[in-house]
Design a binder for this molecule. Sequence first.
Ligand code: SF4
Ligand code: SF4
Length: 621
Amino acid sequence: MDGPGEEVLLSGNAAIARACVESGVTLVTGYPGTPITPVIEILQNGKTELKAQWAINEKVAMDIAAGHSWAGLRTLVTMKMSGLNVAADTVLSVAASGTVGGLVIYVGDDPNVYYGMVEQDSRYYALLSSAPMLVPANPQELLDFTKRAFELSERIGGPVFLRSTTVLSYTFSKVTLGEIRRMRQKAGVVFDADRFTKVGSLRCLQQHRAALSRVESAGELTDDLNELTITGTPIGVIASSLAWDYLCEVLDKQDLDLTRLKVSTANPIPGSKINQLLASVKKVLVLEELEPIIEGAVRAEAIRCDNRPEIFGKAEGMIPRVGDLSPDLIREALSKVLGEEFDACPGAGLPDHIGEMEVKRLLTFCAGCPHRSTYFALISAMEKMGLDPGRFPVTGDIGCTILGINEPFKICWTEVSMGNSIGLASGFLEAGMKKPVVAALGDGTFFHAGIPPIIDAVSAGRDLPIVILDNNWMSMTGYQENPGTRNGRGRRISIEDVLWGLGVRSVNVCNPYRLKKATRAFRRLLISEGVNVLIMRAPCVARKPPAYKVPVRINQKKCPGFDACERTCIEALACPALIRAGDRVLVEEADCMNCGLCAHYCPKGAISRRWFGVRRRKDGI
Ligand code: SF4
Ligand code: SF4
C-alpha cells in the first residue's frame, strides 16, 4: 500500500476506498450498482484488515451499518441512487436517532443515465432526512471529503452523506495520499431508548429537533469547504460538484476571473456565502447537475437582497435539468450571461463527431447466454399453446434478464425496480387480466426483493407462474455472488428450499440449453394453478462458458443465404456470434459458446453440432 504524501493515479471510487483505510473504518457494506460497485471490490481485493462485504439489499446494508456505528465503530455504507430508495426507511430513522461511530452513506447518482434506471437526484434525501451531505468535485476531494465526513459524523453524532456521480466516480486523476489512522476495534452499545427507539411521539419530536440541530452544526463545521472568491466582477457564478471542475476549466481557458462560489455542501446549503456573493454582483449563473436545489436556495436568498441580482440557471432553460453538464455547455451558458463570444474548449464538438462514428448495435445477451435460450423456450411454448406473446404479459425485472425486452424477443413488458416483476404481475391478475401473466426475474433479484411478493401471491391464492433465471452471479453489476451462488465464498442458500418454505405449489429446475425439455417445462408452467416456479439454471457464460466443446457450424450448401431465408438466425436470435458476410451467414468461432440454440432454431437444418464426444457437466455449473 502506498504511503502518506505519495501522489498516485486513482479513480474516484479508489480514492474513497483509500479514504476508508486512512479513516480507520472497520466495515464497508453495501449493495452493488453503478457507479459505486468498485469501492467494495477494491477493498475486498486489497490487503487490509477492514471488512468489506456485500449485503443482500441496500436496506439490510444500512441496518448493518447502523448497528456497527451504534456499537461505536466507523462504517461506510454504499449504494446507487435507486438503492437509496430501498434503504430510505432505515436511513431516515437512523438520521433521526443519530450515530455513535462515524457513519458515512456514499451514494452514486447517474446524471445522463449511463447505466439505466431513473435519473434521480439523491441530494433530496439529505434534505428529507435532515442529514448533512458533502458533494466533492474530483477524486482528491472524494478522498479528503470521505475522511472529513467521518470526522463530521462523529463530531455531530449523525450520519453524513457523500454524494458522487457516475462520471466523477470513474474519473481518474492524481491523488495525494494521507496518513492511515488506526482502527478502533473495541465495540460496545449503551441502552439509550431516547435515541435508539421511536416509541412515543415525544421521543420522535426530540429526535427531529436533534437532527435539525446536527445539520446546523455541520454547516458551521464545513463552511470552509464552500469557497467564495469575490473579484469585483458584476457577474458571479455558483457551481457545485463536477460543474465546479468544468467551470474552472472554462474560466482558465477564457482567462476570466469572475466572482464565484464553490458549493461543497448540498445540506446545509451555505446561505451566508450565497448572500455575500449576491450582494456583490448584478447577475448570477448557477451550475449544478440534475435538480435546481442550489438554484432554488439562491433564488430564495436573492428575493431578500436589496440589489436583486438576476439569476440564470434551470428555470430559464439555460442549464438543462435532464442529462449531465459539460465544459462546452457551461462555456455556452457563460457566454450568454456575459454577452461575449468565447473560443471553443479543447475537444468541443467531439461528442457529435463520436456520434457519427458510433456503430449501432442491438442491446442483447452475450453469445451463448442461457437467458437467450430461456426466452426462446418460453416464446416457443407460448406459440405452441396458441398464446400470442404480444397479448400475454411477462413482467421483467432488474439485471441482465431484462434484455428480453429488446429485439428479437420483446418478451418482457416491464422493468420497474428490484423484485417488482412479481408484484406487478399480481396487480395485473387482480385487475382481471387474462391468464397466464408470467413474472421473470434473476437469482440476485429474487434474494434482494423477490421473496415478500411471492409470499403475498401465495397467501392471496393467485395463479402466478414465475420463472427465475438463475445464472449463479449478479452479472450486470460485475459478477458479485449472491446467497444462492454455487461454489461461492459464503454458505449457499438454496432457492428451491426458500421457495418450498414460502408455500409455492411447485418448484422445477431446468437447463435452458436443453430446449425441448425447457419448452415442455414452460408449457406445464403456463397452465398451472397457484404460484408455481420454474428455475432456469445455467451459469453466466461470461464467468463460466457452457461445457459444450463441439463447435457449431453452418453448412453453406443447406443455407439459402441471408436474403433468401425467411427469418434468419441472426434476426431471430440476435446472437453476437452469428454474423453476416455479404449474403452468407457465418458463425464467429472466437465468440461462439457452442450453446446450440441456433442449431435448434435453423428451419433448414443448416446449422449443426456434432453430439459425438460432447462433454456436459452434470449440474450445469
Ligand atoms: S436460419 Fe439457417 S437457413 Fe436461415 S440464415 Fe441462419 S443458417 Fe441460414
Ligand atoms: S451456438 Fe449459435 S446461438 Fe449459441 S453462441 Fe454459437 S452462434 Fe450463438
